[in-house]
Every structure is written in C-alpha cells, then in structure tokens.
Design a binder for this molecule. Structure first.
Ligand code: ADP
Ligand code: MG
Length: 728
C-alpha cells in the first residue's frame, strides 16, 4: 500500500474547520497594525507628520533630522503593539517578498541595553542582496544593492515585526525590484494625465492610478498537497488522470463555501483587516476547491503592496487551517485555471474617476478623452502588454484555450462602440456650432444613459471596459501586479503626452478651438486603433485568423512573448517616460527568460523523477501481481489457463507498453535537457526548452495517466485528482 497517500487521506478526516473568534467589528480593527494617518498623528510631531503627508501627496523628500523623529515615533508605536524587530520589506524580482529582521534591541555598554531604531535605519539599508536576480546589473556595475523607504506605502506590523515597504535598487540607481519602475510609471501617468485634465478642469493637481485586483486560488488540504512532489516543487500537478466529475455540472461557482474554506477565509480576512488590506468579496470559483478574493480598489502602489502582502498572509494563515494555497495559474489539467484580474482606472485629486462618464457633456468629453487614449495606448503596445503577463505558468492559460487568449484585444460593449462610430464621423477641421451642439447633446451627453445598460460583459476579453474601469483580465494569479501595472501606466502616460502634443499642435498651427482640436485628434485615434476592438468570442479559431489579418500579435509562449520587452520601441518608450533605462529593460528581460528556463527545467526533472521512481515501480509491482496470478491460474488449470487469464495477460502487455512509453520519453527528455543546458544563448535555450523539452511532458504524462487507470488503486502512490479536488 502506498503509505504517504493513504496516510494523508486518513489525516484529512481529522482536519476540522478551525473556527476563529469574530467578536469585533471589522471597521474597528481595520488598519490596527498599520502606521496610518491616525496613528501617525498620535505618535509623530506635527512637523514629522506633515513631512510624511507631503511625501505621500507631493513626493517631496524627507529631511534626515525629521526622519529621526519619524523613526522614533514608529518604534514607540511598534513596541507598544508588541513588535520586537523591524525589517525593510521589498519585492525583488524573484516574485516573492523579501525581509531581513533586525531587533530594536541594542547594547550600550556596561551591560546595559536599549531599544533603538534611528532615522538612518528607517530610510536606507543594505541587505546582502547578491543572491537576488539582477540580470547582470550588479555584475556590470560591481555595485551592491540598497533598500530605501517608500513613504507612500505605510509601515505595518506583521507578527512581531515592523515592516517598512521599500524600493530595492543598485548603488548606481538601477531598479532591482518591482516597485521602483512602478513608482516611476505612476509618476509619469500622473504628470501626463494632469496636463490633459487641465483642458477640462484647471484645479486638478494630481492623478492617481487605481488598482483593484481579484485574486483567484485553490485551497487544497496540506497533507494531500504535500503527498504530491509535483505540487510541492512546481506548484502544479504534472500528471494525474481527470476525475470522473470535474466542473461540468457548474455546481461549485458561487455555491456555498465549504466549512473549512470558510473558516480559513474568515481568519484570513481578519488578518487582512488588521493589516489595512480592504478585502471585501469572497466566493467559490468555477473549478472545485477554487476560490476568489477581491478588495476595494486602492491607489495602485498600495494595491500592489497589499496584493504581495496578501499572498504571504494567505500562505501563513493556511498553515493554521491545514491548507495549502495554490496560486499557480493551472494547478490541474482539465479544470479552470486561476487569474488575477487587474481593474484599473485613473482618478483626480478633485475626486473624479476619469474613466467614469460624468453628468455634463464637458465631463463626458473628458471621459472619452481618457477612454479613447487608453484604447489607443493598448493598440500601439498590445505586444508589450502581452509581454507584461508572460510567464511559464501563465502560458497554460493564455493561448492554451483557456480564459483570455494570447491575443490582446479591447472589449468596450455595444453602446460605446456605437459612440465611437459616431465620433469617427465628425468633420475634419473646425466643427460647425450646430455639429458641436449636436455631438454634445446626442452623442457625448448620452453616454451615462447608454452605459447603464452596458451589461454585456464579455468574459473572454483580455482587456475589457466595465462601466468605470478597464479590467486587464489576462494577468496570471501568481503575478506581481506591479509588472502589468508598470506597463499599462507607462503606455497610457506616453499616449497622453502624445495626445496633448497633437491637440496643442492643432490649436497653435490650425488656430482651432480646444474642443475642435480634441474632437479632431480623437477621431483620428478611433480610426487608427479600431483594430484592437473586439466584441466576439476570444476563444474561437475565427478570431485567431481575424486577429492575424488585423496585424495583432498572437504570442502563445513566454519566450516568444517576452521579446517585445526589449524591442527598440519598448526600450525607447521606457526611457522616454523615465520608467526604466536600457540596462534595466534588458536586465529584466534576461531575468524573465532565465526564470522561464529554470521553471521548465525544474518541471522536467520533477516529472522525470515521478514517472521513473514512482509510477514505473508501481506499475511493475502491479504487473508482478498479475504475473503471479497468471502463473497460479496456469498451475491450477493447465493449458486451459489462457482463456481465464486473457484480461490479465492483456493488462500485463498494456502495462509494459506504457512503461516503455514512459522510459523512452523520459530518456528523450533528459537528453534534450542536456542539449538545451549547454546552449549559451539564453533566448535560444528558452526556445529549446519551450519547443523541444516541454512538449515531451505531454507524452510522459499520457502514459502515466493511462497507468493510473490500470493499476490497483491501493498501490497508486500519488494522491489522485478526485482526492485533491473534492476533499473539502
Ligand atoms: P467582477 O465582475 O469582475 O467580479 P467587480 O465589479 O466585482 O468585478 O469588481 C472587481 C474589482 O474592481 C474590485 O476589486 C473593485 O474594487 C475593483 N474596482 C471597482 N471600481 C474600480 C475603479 N474605478 N478602479 C479600479 N478598480 C475598481
Ligand atoms: Mg473581474
């Protein structure tokens, strides 16, 4: 009997819902462990408080002496909440968050000790960061990295540690993390959007990008998950036959949340409340044991931090509930994978959502301006957006007949399509007063009414307008949202800069009025970027053909998709918007290509190991039982045994064939890996892993899964799909 699997299954019966106290109101504990505005007012001097607030709203620098005051206040607060350590908390390009704890405790001689946390320690640290990915930056510059405080994301206490969100950069200033380019992109979109807003409202001084992510995940009993080496090492099952029942009955989606999962969610939500993560929505997803969690949207930098923190907290809370959280985009073949929709919009410091239609024709023209510019930005940079969400794990969704396709398109709904069609016909040049009035009354002015019945939500679109925001749906569930958010905000920033330039051009050269100029530029944008608009079925083959005709990219694999990150156009764009210099763009590309190679390499090794060392020996064992049986029949029945042993003999042969199938393919895969490993050129190596090594996974899996159906269940060592997916 395969002990681990059955031991884990037995354990599951002892795993009861771990109930948590929920006596307090959530609004009361919200942000209790965050050094937020309320706490700062209490613990900081007026000067220190204002300095932080100015850093948040105006990106102003914090003076070193003031930093000392802030750190002292922060320390007092943290110690009063039971914290003993502090850490700079950052997001290196590994995809995980990084922290290194130091105690507040310090000796001062004569056997005495105090609690200390100076401004210097708050503002800057030098973690020994040589083991973080840097894509050659540190080698090139022989510089170490340092972390620097990001006052726009508040410090928080997790467990007994004060965590200070920081950026992570090399000494020469190159970004080594996700946050730095994001902050620069947010600055770029702020500047560009404010300039455009001035056409409509002179009072606008700041534009914030908002992000509301929706995190999908699987919850699997930890014992069962641990019993699978593939889940433990790669985050997904590399083999496993589909269960008789999957998601075909649609009985999980929005169904009653199972008790254990519910207890987990409540515990998790309490933790989130304390950390100021405004989680709001929870529900079952489409696949069995799949769920979703969504917050109230926030300023994008904070939202990104909160999502990274959330993923850590989800893992930690899961341990208390004997669960393992699977963030992988496709942990199980045959049922839905997981994504992380990124809902995005822009809002002004005057309280206006620029992607929400307003009440007056003027505010609607502003809405249309941002709406059309976003569409144009996506059209001009669709390949770069695709690159921003490329990863080995997301390849299982995009381009693999699941969720959004690998082709980036924009869905806007029937009504807005109609509006754009009308705007496409406005007069070239100056508009007559009659036309302008007509437009304002009948086209622009009508948008809020028509949007009310814009309920046609196309679920297959990777980038959809949903009433007052765009929803970037192709983002993977494991992703750090900073990556897609950096690209989206950068391309929109660039587009808005161009737009303003063109409008100004028409105003000064053609002496057009502002409105005429805006209508004229928007008309040309609509004409130009129409090709990105698509309202149909994104899964169909017809769309692939149509998209090709329209000149849209369809990069189905990560090595193919990533290339757009280092195109001349992309490098120039990031440079121009001050988001990344060439070295940064190139190093990121290198890191991501390398990560792809490593992921596939690990999967190949794990699969080879499981197939040869778990599956084949089990199959042989079962085959021996059959052989003994056949021998016994022969002993008893003599020549007549063949008729009686017909099925057994057939099985014995089938098993041998599958064993042969596994062994030959594993050998082939190992050889191909060896060949790939010595390829110097990283791009070529990735392509080889993608096109030659990875396809062999399917062949190996095929034979393993067939054996799973043949071999005695009692002997099978790997926890089966039905057990992983339907044990609650
Ligand atoms: P869905 O139908 O895809 O589940 P919801 O309407 O539930 O979408 O919203 C999903 C997410 O969108 C939530 O996290 C919500 O906070 C976020 N959201 C709503 N409005 C905005 C906005 N203006 N900007 C950014 N995110 C938003
Ligand atoms: Mg959504």
């Amino acid at each position: 009997m395969s002990t681990l699997r059955f031991h884990a299954l037995k354990e599951v019966f002892n795993h009861k819902p771990v109930l948590v106290d929920e006596n307090v109101r959530r609004s009361e504990i919200f942000g209790a462990n965050v050094f937020n505005e309320t706490t700062m007012r209490q613990y900081l001097t007026k000067e220190a408080f204002e300095s932080v607030m100015n850093a948040i709203s105006k990106s102003s620098k914090i003076d070193r002496i003031v930093a000392d005051h802030i750190s002292t206040g922060m320390k007092e607060w943290a110690i009063s909440k039971g914290a003993t350590h502090y850490t700079h908390w950052f997001q290196p390009l590994t995809g995980a968050t990084a922290e290194k704890h130091d105690a507040f405790f310090e000796t001062i001689g004569n056997g005495l000790a105090i609690e200390k946390f100076g401004g210097g320690q708050l503002v800057q640290q030098e973690p020994d960061a040589s083991s973080f990915p840097n894509g050659g930056i540190r080698n090139t510059f022989e510089a170490r990295g340092y972390t620097a405080w990001d006052p726009t994301s508040p410090a928080f206490i997790y467990g007994t540690t004060l965590c200070i969100p920081t950026v992570f950069v090399s000494y020469t200033g190159e970004a080594l993390d996700y946050k730095t380019p994001l902050l620069r992109a947010l600055q770029a979109v702020d500047n560009a959007a404010v300039a455009v807003c001035k056409y409509f409202d002179k009072n606008v001084k700041k534009v914030n990008a908002s992000l509301g992510w929706e995190q999908e995940y699987f919850l699997i009993d930890s014992g069962l998950a641990m019993s699978r080496p593939d889940l433990t090492l790669t985050g997904r099952t590399l083999l496993g036959h589909s269960p008789a029942k999957g998601q075909q009955l649609d009985d999980h989606y929005f169904g009653t949340i199972p008790n254990r999962a519910m207890a987990y969610m409540r515990d998790l939500e309490t933790e989130c409340m304390l950390l100021g993560i405004p989680v709001k929505t929870r529900h079952n997803e489409v696949a069995p044991n799949q769920f979703e969690l969504a917050p109230i949207y926030e300023e994008a930098n904070l939202a990104v931090d909160h999502n990274s923190l959330l993923m850590d907290v989800m893992d930690k809370v899961a341990e208390r509930h004997n669960f393992k959280v699977l963030f992988h985009e496709k942990p199980f073949a045959g049922v839905n994978g997981s994504g992380k929709h990124n809902n995005w919009s822009l809002s002004t410091d005057t309280g206006v959502n620029l992607l929400s239609p307003g009440k007056t024709p003027m505010s609607n023209l502003q809405f249309l301006t941002f709406f059309i510019n976003t569409i144009k930005a996506v059209y001009e940079n669709e390949e770069l957006l695709r690159a921003a969400i490329a990863s080995a794990s997301n390849d299982h969704r995009l381009g693999a007949n699941e969720a959004p396709p690998a082709i980036i398109s924009v869905f806007i709904g029937e009504q807005l399509t109609h509006t754009l069609n009308e705007l496409e016909n406005v007069t070239n040049g100056k508009l007559s007063p009659q036309e302008k009035t007509d437009l304002k009354l009948n086209v622009v002015g009508k948008i809020p009414d028509v949007l009310l019945d814009n309920t046609d939500r196309n679920r297959t679109s990777p980038f959809a307008f949903t009433g007052n925001k765009f929803e970037f749906r192709a983002v993977g569930s494991t992703a750090n949202c900073a990556n897609p958010m950096t690209v989206l905000n950068t391309i929109v920033a660039k587009q808005l800069v161009d737009f303003r330039g063109e409008v100004e051009g028409l105003i000064s050269e053609k002496t057009m009025k502002k409105d005429d100029a805006i209508f004229n530029v928007l008309r040309e944008y609509i004409k130009k970027s129409k090709h990105i608009l698509f309202e149909g079925n994104g899964y169909g083959e017809a769309w692939e053909k149509e998209a090709k005709k329209r000149g849209l990219s369809n990069n189905k694999t990560t090595p193919e998709a990533l290339k757009a990150k280092v195109s001349k156009k992309a490098i120039r764009l990031f440079e121009e918007m001050n988001v990344m210099n060439k070295v940064e763009s190139e190093s990121r590309y290198e890191i991501e290509v390398e990560e792809y190679v490593l992921r596939i390499q690990i999967e190949g090794r794990v699969l080879g190991d499981i197939a040869r060392n778990h599956v084949v020996p089990t199959a042989v064992r079962y085959q021996n039982i059959l052989i003994d049986n056949v021998k016994g029949l022969k002993e008893i029945y003599g020549t007549g045994f063949k008729k009686l042993a017909k099925e057994q003999l057939n099985l014995i042969e089938q098993i041998s064939n599958h064993i042969e199938g596994i062994n030959s393919n594993v050998t082939k895969m190992t050889e191909e890996r060896k060949t790939a490993n010595v390829i110097e050129d990283l791009e070529k190596k990735a392509t080889t892993y993608c096109n030659i090594v990875k396809p062999l996974f399917e062949d190996i899996r095929y034979h393993c899964d067939k054996l799973e159906l043949l071999v005695d269940d009692e002997l099978w060592p790997l926890t089966k799909y039905r057990e992983l997916l339907f044990t609650k």
